[in-house]
Design a protein around this ligand. Structure first.
Ligand code: CMC
Length: 385
């Protein structure tokens, strides 16, 4: 095999079909089940988009009401999950908390299923498991932030929709409709993005006929990395480092001289701009106006125009979502867990799609290690010399 046949990072390799979303970098569009994501973000509650990703169609009023009722019933932070989180050091990264919590929910739910062959579940069971995680994650993410601040958990409210309740559980007060709307949009934009690294991880695990919870746990691990979901957290670290718009040029000179990656810019698929950015930037604009923070926008615009001007590399979704979450009041460490709460919908849709027409994902590798050799030539004393 020659080097040209190996696609490092699977760049440009199409590995399977999906009917869940279509990313088109040429037209700068992203469709969920055929619907442009910006239309969904402008008109739908996140619950309806979750339904769309799982079922392929937007819900009727009755279907949406049913999903909402189930989601509200399962919102509470359960004692076992809280106890497991409390066992972790308070300094633990919240993505480690989320990964642990998903594992605990899975172990409890699958406790009666002793046979590994049965854990994979039926489509109905897996839809139920998907809704369980979708409903449980906001309380887990909210409690993580509160725990780090030395605050108690806030009980869920069943008179609020998903986005408003998420903010309620995090901050213990009802959020302004402008904030709820911006947050709802961000959840929709983060919900799904075809075969990104974490979704592909989930599909690899699902392809072994492992259970949905194991696949999601692996996906959380993949999302944690700063080249993927961790970038929204990293954007805020950069904003903190720069401080204000007038320091952008000096900071960028230094960062580029040291060949640093500028977090929140660039994308493996989009090379001329991320289709989700305009919608999230509009949500950020509404938050900047609501909180009267023009300084945030000044820094955002200055870094974007200077970096795009110098490198021709455009912002991705994490660039506007980082400062938006910061304005809402989320700790920087909570940003990637918010991505989990959104992407759980896409991950689980993909796990179910993988299982519906499964083939074990098992690629080949080209060996470039030692030629064949034999043990009689091995001398322990010289092994590490
Ligand atoms: N800052 C500085 N240089 C960059 C950046 C960046 N953000 N992104 C790409 N480049 C340069 C890179 O150094 C390389 O230059 P050269 O050819 O001179 O070595 C060239 O552009 C190609 O970059 P690459 O990393 O090989 O390309 P890729 O397709 O593997 O990169 C990426 C995609 C997202 C890993 C990369 O753009 C990156 O590291 N961005 C910063 C992290 C980030 O924002 N990640 C979030 C991605 S979108 C949300 C998500 O899916 O989770």
């Amino acid at each position: 095999m020659t080097d040209t046949e190996i696609k490092k990072g699977l760049a440009g390799v199409t590995v399977d079909y999906t009917a869940i979303s279509k990313v088109n970098p040429d037209t700068n569009s992203l469709l969920y089940r055929g619907y442009p994501v910006h239309e969904l973000a402008a008109t739908q509650p996140f619950e309806a988009v979750a339904y769309l990703l799982w079922h392929g169609e937007l819900p009727s009023e009755t279907q949406l009401a049913q999903l909402r009722a189930t989601e509200r019933e399962r919102r509470a932070l359960t004692d076992d999950v809280k106890a497991a989180i409390d066992l972790l050091p308070v300094e633990a990264h919240p993505m480690d908390e989320v990964r642990t919590a998903v594992s605990v929910i899975g172990a409890a739910d699958l406790a009666g299923i002793g046979n590994v062959m049965d854990a994979v579940g039926t489509p109905e069971e897996n839809l139920d498991r998907s809704i369980r995680l979708f409903a449980a994650l906001p309380a887990i993410v909210a409690y993580g932030q509160r725990r780090r601040r030395g605050q108690d958990a806030v009980a869920a409210r069943d008179d609020l929709d998903y986005a408003a309740n998420f903010l309620w559980m995090t901050f213990g007060e009802e959020a302004d409709p402008v904030v709820v709307d911006a947050f709802n949009r961000s959840m929709i934009l983060y919900a799904e993005h075809s075969f990104n690294a974490s979704t592909f991880t989930a599909r690899v695990i699902a392809s072994t006929l492992s259970d949905l919870y194991s696949a999601v746990t692996g996906a959380v691990g993949a999302l944690k990395g700063p080249l993927h979901g961790g970038a929204n957290e990293a954007v805020l670290h950069i904003f903190d480092e720069i401080g204000s718009a007038d320091r952008v040029t000096t900071w960028l000179d230094d960062a580029l001289a040291r060949k640093r990656k500028i977090m929140g810019f660039g994308h493996r698929v989009y090379k001329r701009g991320d289709s989700r950015v305009p919608t999230m930037k509009a949500a950020l604009d509404s938050l900047v106006a609501h909180y009267d923070r023009p300084d945030v926008l000044a820094l955002y615009d200055a870094l974007e125009s200077e970096f795009v001007g110098r490198k021709g590399i455009y912002p991705n979704l994490d660039y506007p979502s980082g400062p938006a979450y910061n304005l809402i009041g989320f700790d920087t460490l909570t940003f990637t867990p918010l991505f989990v709460a959104a992407r759980i919908t896409g991950w689980t849709a993909h796990i179910m799609e993988q299982q519906a027409s499964n083939a074990l994902i098992r690629p080949l590798s080209a060996y470039n290690g030692s030629d064949e050799r034999h043990i009689e030539g091995y001398v322990p004393d010289s092994a590490t010399a």
